[in-house]
Design a protein around this ligand. Structure first.
Ligand SMILES: Nc1ncnc2c1ncn2[C@@H]1O[C@H](COP(=O)(O)OP(=O)(O)O)[C@@H](O)[C@H]1O
Ligand SMILES: [Mg+2]
Length: 519
């Protein structure tokens, strides 16, 4: 027995995250060649948009996808963002779980610090080629170019070649990767991802050179950046026990009372003291000296205490007008309406739901409605049926709003777009493809859709009334010559004169109707 345990012990060792994700790349969305090609573009573009917004620069992003041979592509993404300082470039691209957003406490596209290094890892795994990164932070200095790979067993970057380059834009980042992939133009494609990215980022200018050699451009239709969200401290109801315990260990506060007031949002001095008393802990006790029992008590009392909701300026919503503009530019509908719900909270995390419904125009009349899902301004293209947005759409009673339904899906010429903005989006997996179905989130999405639905229904009702009126006028007009002729025979008056009077009468009636008078 002991012998076996010792044998097993010999084969035990730590696994590096890079090695783990190399084996489990499907967890990050790299499970098939066409999805992988999309993911590489997506991770880079999401980062570019985040960086531009943080640096208050109106983003301009150029994407080039070139087919080198069957199932092999060169992908280049370039932005006009702030760039990355030379010292950090290797870690950003050559180390998994390295980033600036994990502990940020405000809305951003990236979360885990895994996105772009996973793309580098995938390139290395499928073609063996290093990533080529160019970064410049100021026109006063040359750009820094770095060819790098990842040491999988150590999860550390390996620099293969470094150089300086004078000819590059004033500031920004350029990423070049060679990967195995497959190009499609259907719904889960780079084309679709960029189309939807343009909808939800109307302040971005996106230029895309396709593998077929076409240039697709989405112009900027909103000339201001979304507000930069504020960083917030965690809400007392938003941290789980393990995190609470760790916060106690690393805090710089000297007493429990000051830990509670300074490391969390929404706990005042008096409440902090009350919480301590109730938990049987001295307010002036040192955070690192609490026993496990005391920590448990403290945590439980906090969960039982009521606090006001967390501050909501940590969010950067799109805005109703901006959402409508984005949808109009890309979808070209006859009518679009957007609704931005007030911010609210799930498990201590602030979030806000926005919805836009577009109808008619260039939208296809056949089949189920197109549902566009967005989280923190990123389009979600996979796992639609597992997502809280799809589930909420299915729960709305669409016929109430003059929209037909097949099974539980709305049909006809409509596009339904939903955006959820949050400090921490509860994704169902690391590849960030679907939003978990918290009841608070479902409820907000439904309310937003219903409000849009009411506005669309009002538009459709008005449109139908006008059409009916037009139909009646046309019908009347059709009989005018015949009536004029008969009247002229009966009265002996000139047919032409009668014709004219009847026409005037018809138009007057329409005008009266438009004013709402009886005819
Ligand atoms: N184009 C870029 N411009 C400036 N900074 C960037 C850019 N791309 C990545 N970064 C920095 O690198 C970090 C790691 O990126 P990534 O691995 O995608 O993780 P995440 O986006 O989840 O933080 C980011 O947090 C950001 O600080
Ligand atoms: Mg990222």
């Amino acid at each position: 027995m002991k012998n076996t345990a010792e044998k097993i012990a010999k084969s035990m060792k730590e696994i590096s995250v890079a090695e783990f994700f190399e084996k489990n790349r499907h967890l990050l969305g790299f499970d098939n060649p066409s999805k992988a090609l999309l993911m590489v573009v997506k991770e880079a573009v999401d980062n570019s948009l985040d960086a531009c917004e943080e640096a208050r620069i109106l983003p301009e992003i150029i994407i080039k996808v070139k087919k080198l041979e069957e199932n092999r592509f060169r992908v280049v993404i370039e932005d006009n963002g702030p760039g990355i300082v030379k010292e950090k470039v290797p870690s950003v691209f050559g180390k998994l779980l390295f980033g600036s957003k994990f502990h940020l406490g405000r809305q951003s596209r990236g979360q885990q610090g895994i996105g772009i290094s996973a793309a580098v890892l995938y390139a290395q795994l499928t073609t063996g080629k290093p990533a080529i990164i160019t970064s410049r932070t100021s026109p006063k200095e040359p750009a820094y170019v770095c060819h790098l790979k990842i040491d999988i067993l150590k999860n550390e970057p390996v620099i293969i070649k470094e150089e300086e380059k004078e000819k590059f834009r004033e500031h920004g980042v350029r990423i070049e990767l060679e990967i195995e992939g497959k190009y499609t133009r259907r719904h889960q494609s780079i084309d679709e991802y960029l189309r939807e990215t343009a909808i939800i980022n109307p302040h971005a200018h996106i230029i895309y050179y396709t593998p077929e050699g076409n240039k697709i451009e989405f112009k900027r239709v909103v000339n201001h950046l979304p507000p930069l969200p504020k960083t917030i401290k965690p809400h007392p109801h938003g941290v789980e026990f393990g995190i609470f315990e760790r916060m106690l260990k690393i805090t710089s506060s000297r007493t429990i009372a000051s830990f509670l007031t300074t490391d969390f949002s929404r706990i005042g001095r008096d409440t902090a003291v009350k919480i301590c008393r109730k938990a049987g802990v001295k307010p002036e006790a040192k955070p690192r000296e609490l026993t496990h029992k005391e920590i448990e008590k403290l945590y439980r009392v906090i969960q039982e205490t009521k606090f006001i909701a967390p501050p909501l300026n940590c969010l950067s919503p799109l805005g109703e007008e901006e959402f409508e503009k984005g949808v109009q530019q890309v979808v070209n509908p006859e009518f679009a309406v957007a609704v931005s719900r007030p911010a609210t909270v799930y498990r201590g995390n602030p979030f806000k739901v926005e919805a836009c419904i577009a109808w008619g125009g260039e939208i296809s009349k056949e089949g189920p409605a197109q549902i566009l899902r967005f989280a923190n301004r990123v389009p979600l293209l996979y796992q639609a049926s597992a997502c809280a947005i799809t589930k909420s759409v299915q729960q709305v009673n669409w016929p109430n709003y003059h929209i037909s339904r097949e099974g539980n899906m709305p049909t006809g010429p409509i596009v339904i777009a939903v955006h959820i903005a949050s400090v921490w989006i509860p994704y169902t997996s690391e590849s960030k493809e679907a939003i978990a179905s918290y009841p608070e989130i479902i409820k907000e999405i439904k309310l937003a859709l219903q409000e849009c639905g009411r506005k669309l229904a009002a538009y459709l009702r008005k449109k139908r009334k006008l059409q009916e009126k037009e139909l009646r006028r046309k019908l009347f007009e059709r009989y005018i010559p015949e009536v004029a002729h008969s009247l002229s025979v009966l009265t002996g008056e000139k047919e032409k004169e009668i014709f004219k009077s009847l026409e005037i009468l018809a138009n007057k009636n329409v005008m009266k109707e438009e004013k709402g008078e009886k005819t």
